[in-house]
Design a binder for this molecule. Structure first.
Ligand code: C2G
Length: 136
């Protein structure tokens, strides 16, 4: 049983997130997602539109995701890898190199980030006061 672990906020879930989860899940038999809590998002200077409970509910409905655990701080990854007997840690390559310290405990893979979509882009594109949407 190969266990894969990844982390993120996964707010306003989009196809870039799904592609990450799909590819991560195909690296093993089960995928665990460490979902950033609202409190931890504040530490990441992020404010999610959906609450932690709603983002968890959404992620648990995805066929590629087997389990969702709370990501409460930057320091829990090593203990999570040990606790869940993780074989492969996966992140998008915007994080390349940031988690290489985990190589002592498991395989670390950075997958190419999906270009052209992001939660920030969605918010900007939907913000009708944004100049780019007024240029029609
Ligand atoms: N991602 C992607 N392509 C996008 C957007 C996101 O591959 N267009 C990936 C990111 O690289 C990340 C995952 O989807 O691996 C989740 O992205 P976010 O929700 O933005 O997570 P982030 O804020 O980067 O939090 O401890 C790690 C942090 O919790 C990661």
């Amino acid at each position: 049983m190969t266990t894969v672990l990844t982390y993120g906020t996964f707010d306003l879930l989009h196809w870039g997130h799904i592609r990450l989860l799909e590819r991560a899940s195909k690296l093993g038999d089960q995928l665990i997602v460490g979902l950033s809590t609202d409190e931890f998002n504040a530490q990441k200077h992020k404010e999610a539109y959906h609450s932690y409970e709603h983002r968890k509910y959404i992620l648990e409905a995805i066929r590629y995701v087997n389990q969702v655990i709370p990501e409460k701080n930057w320091k829990q990854k090593i203990s999570d890898v040990k606790k869940y007997h993780v074989d492969i840690f996966v992140m998008g390559d915007d994080w390349k190199g940031q988690f290489d310290f985990l190589k002592e405990y498991c395989q670390v893979i950075y997958l190419p980030r999906t270009e052209g979509i992001s939660t920030t882009k969605i918010k900007d594109d939907l913000n009708f006061d944004h100049p780019s949407t007024n240029s029609k």
